[in-house]
Ligand binder design. Structure first.
Ligand code: S3P
Length: 171
């Protein structure tokens, strides 16, 4: 497989992009970037505050800016927000600068993880319901399917997922 500079982790909220990304960056000695955390640092607001106060469209603009400002002369592992690949411009950048990996998780495991998470996902609401996840999940599926690699994360330990990715992309 061609070894492009950066690896982009995409997938629904709760699919493990941040935890897999952090570990993967350590193992591969890449720079770890979490777009949501950069947005929060840049704006001084939580993702929830940005979306509820300024709306999703404004959030997507900030998100696209953050993606475009990444230093792609470095090898990065980029944990993206769940909706980042829904914007064409973002997809173009990711395809140009690296490889896209979809961390695939079932609605059941997403529900389990989000239910026990402290982070508010404003598009899903503070009271996480399975039917809301299913609705957004189905809309997002065709976008996530553009990934060059799909990793099934269901019932797998973090180390196993990282191992599978390094097997494909590690030198
Ligand atoms: C979003 C997912 C969130 C965050 C924002 C919007 C989405 O990131 O970017 O709440 O549109 O699915 P995670 O995928 O890390 O939860």
């Amino acid at each position: 497989m061609e070894n492009k500079s950066s690896l982009f982790l995409i997938g629904f909220s709760g699919s493990g992009k941040s935890s897999v990304g952090k570990k993967l960056a350590k193992v591969l000695n890449y720079t770890f970037i979490d777009t949501d955390r950069i947005i929060e640092k840049k704006t001084g607001k939580s993702i929830d505050e940005i979306i509820t106060q300024n709306g999703e469209i404004e959030f997507r603009k900030i998100e696209s800016n953050v993606l475009s400002e990444i230093d792609f002369s470095k090898k990065n592992i980029v944990a993206t927000g769940g909706g980042l690949p829904t914007i064409d411009e973002n997809l173009k950048i990711m395809k140009k600068e690296g490889s896209i990996i979809w961390l695939e998780a079932s609605v059941d495991s997403i529900f389990e993880r989000l239910f026990s998470s402290n982070e508010i996902r404003p598009l899903l609401g503070s009271n996480i319901k399975k039917d809301k996840i299913i609705k957004l999940f189905n809309i997002r599926l065709s976008v996530y399917n553009i990934a060059e690699t799909k990793i099934d994360t269901n019932k797998k330990e973090l180390n196993q997922i990282v191992k599978e990715i390094t097997k494909i992309y590690g030198q």
